[in-house]
Write a protein that binds this ligand. Structure first.
Ligand code: PLP
Length: 341
C-alpha cells in the first residue's frame, strides 16, 4: 500500500518513534494531586517559553480556550471575537452553553486582525440593558495568516486603555513565531492568556496548554476539574508535549516551505485558483469549481491522498508529509484535470 498523504489538517500527525520512546519512559503521578512530574515539567516549560507565570495542561485546544473564557468572564459577561474565530464558531458555543458568556462576533479583516475601531464601537456601555464586555479574543495564526507584531502591540494598548482582558487562541502560535523569526514571547507578551495546541504542527498526539498569570491559571485549574479534564497519570501525554516543544518548533519552517511548494505547484493548474496567491505558514487555500470538487476529492482519495470538503479547499502541510509527497500530489491533481478535459 502506498503512503497516505493526508492534507486535511495538521492534527493528523502521528507521534514519531523518538516521541513514543519518551512517552513510554515518562515518570508519572496523579496530576489531580499535582504529583505528576512530567505534567509539572511541561507546565513549567510552556510558561517559561511564553514568558508567563503559570500554565495548565489540558486535553484539547477547545477546553483550553473554554477555560480561558470561564476564567476571564463571569455569567452575563461578553467577549469580542472573530466571526470565523475558533472559540466562537467551532467550539460548540461552549462559552455560552457552559459559562453563560455572550459572544460578540465581528468580521475579520483580510489580514486576520479585528479592526480595533470596530471592536471599540462594539464595547457595550455600563448599563443594565447590556452584557458586560470583558474580553477581546484574537487568533494567531488565523486561517494560516500571521498577525503583524505592530498590530498586537496596538491591541495590547487598546485593551489597557479600555480595560478589556486580551486572550490569544494561539493553536498555531509557534507557526506564527517561526514565520516571523522571533521568539514566541514577542507574541505572547502582548496577551494576558495564550492557548497553544501541542497536537497540531508540533506533532504531539494529544494536548494543549493555557498560559497566563498564576491567579487566572488557578481559576482555570478549578474549571478544568469541573469540566472533567482532571487527568491522572497524564505524564505519558505531557512527555510528548515536552518533546514537541523541545524538538518540533524549529522544524515548522519545513512545513511552511512545503506549503510554499504546494502553492507554487497548484498555481500552475489553470482550473484552480490559489487564494491569496501564496502559502500562509502551513496552509494553502484553493478554490475549485464546485461541480468538480467532489470528483477531484474522490479521485485523489483513490490514490491515498486526502483533502478537505469545502468549496475553498484548505490544504495543510505537517510533519508527516515530505516534499516528494507534495510533488506527487501536484502531479495527481494535474492528472485529474487532464483526464477530465
Ligand atoms: C484546532 C484549533 C483549536 C482547538 O483545538 P482542539 O484540540 O481540536 O480542540 C482552537 N483554535 C484553533 C484556531 C484551532 O485551529
Amino acid at each position: 500500500m502506498s503512503k497516505v498523504i493526508d492534507l486535511r489538517s495538521d492534527t493528523v500527525t502521528k507521534p514519531t518513534q523518538q516521541m513514543r520512546q519518551v512517552m513510554a519512559a515518562a515518570e508519572v503521578g496523579d496530576d489531580v494531586y499535582g504529583e505528576d512530574p512530567s505534567v509539572n515539567r511541561l507546565e513549567a516549560l510552556a510558561a517559561e517559553m511564553l514568558g508567563k507565570e503559570a500554565s495548565i495542561f489540558v486535553p484539547t485546544g477547545t477546553q483550553s480556550n473554554l477555560l480561558a473564557l470561564l476564567s476571564h468572564c463571569e455569567r452575563g459577561d461578553e467577549y469580542i471575537v472573530g466571526q470565523q474565530g475558533h472559540t466562537y464558531k467551532y467550539e460548540g458555543g461552549g462559552a455560552a452553553v457552559l459559562g453563560s458568556i455572550q459572544p460578540q462576533p465581528l468580521d475579520y479583516e483580510a489580514d486576520g486582525t479585528l479592526d480595533l475601531a470596530r471592536v471599540e464601537a462594539a464595547i457595550k456601555p455600563n448599563d443594565p440593558h447590556f452584557a458586560r464586555t470583558r474580553l477581546l479574543c484574537l487568533e494567531n495564526t488565523q486561517a494560516g495568516k500571521v498577525l503583524p507584531l505592530d498590530y498586537l502591540k496596538q491591541a495590547r494598548a487598546f485593551c489597557d486603555r479600555t480595560g478589556l482582558a486580551l486572550h490569544l487562541d494561539g493553536a498555531r502560535l509557534f507557526n506564527a513565531a517561526v514565520a516571523l523569526e522571533v521568539p514566541v514571547s514577542d507574541i505572547s507578551d502582548q496577551f494576558d492568556t495564550v492557548s497553544v495546541c501541542l497536537s497540531k504542527g508540533l506533532g504531539a498526539p494529544v494536548g494543549s496548554v493555557l498560559c497566563g498569570p498564576q491567579e487566572l491559571i488557578d481559576k482555570a485549574r478549578r474549571w478544568r476539574k469541573v469540566l472533567g479534564g482532571g487527568m491522572r497519570q497524564a505524564g505519558v501525554l505531557a512527555a510528548a508535549g515536552i518533546y514537541a516543544l523541545q524538538n518540533h518548533v524549529a522544524r515548522l519552517k519545513e512545513d511552511h516551505e512545503k506549503a510554499r511548494l504546494l502553492a507554487e505547484g497548484l498555481t500552475e493548474v489553470p482550473q484552480l485558483n490559489v487564494v491569496g496567491a501564496a502559502a500562509c505558514t502551513n496552509m494553502v487555500f484553493v478554490e475549485v469549481d464546485p461541480d468538480r470538487s467532489a470528483q477531484m476529492k474522490a479521485y485523489l482519495a483513490k490514490r491515498d491522498m486526502l483533502v478537505g470538503n469545502a468549496a475553498t479547499m484548505r490544504l495543510v502541510t505537517h510533519l508527516d508529509v515530505d516534499p516528494e509527497d507534495i510533488e506527487r500530489f501536484v502531479g495527481e491533481v494535474n492528472e485529474f484535470f487532464e483526464r477530465a478535459a
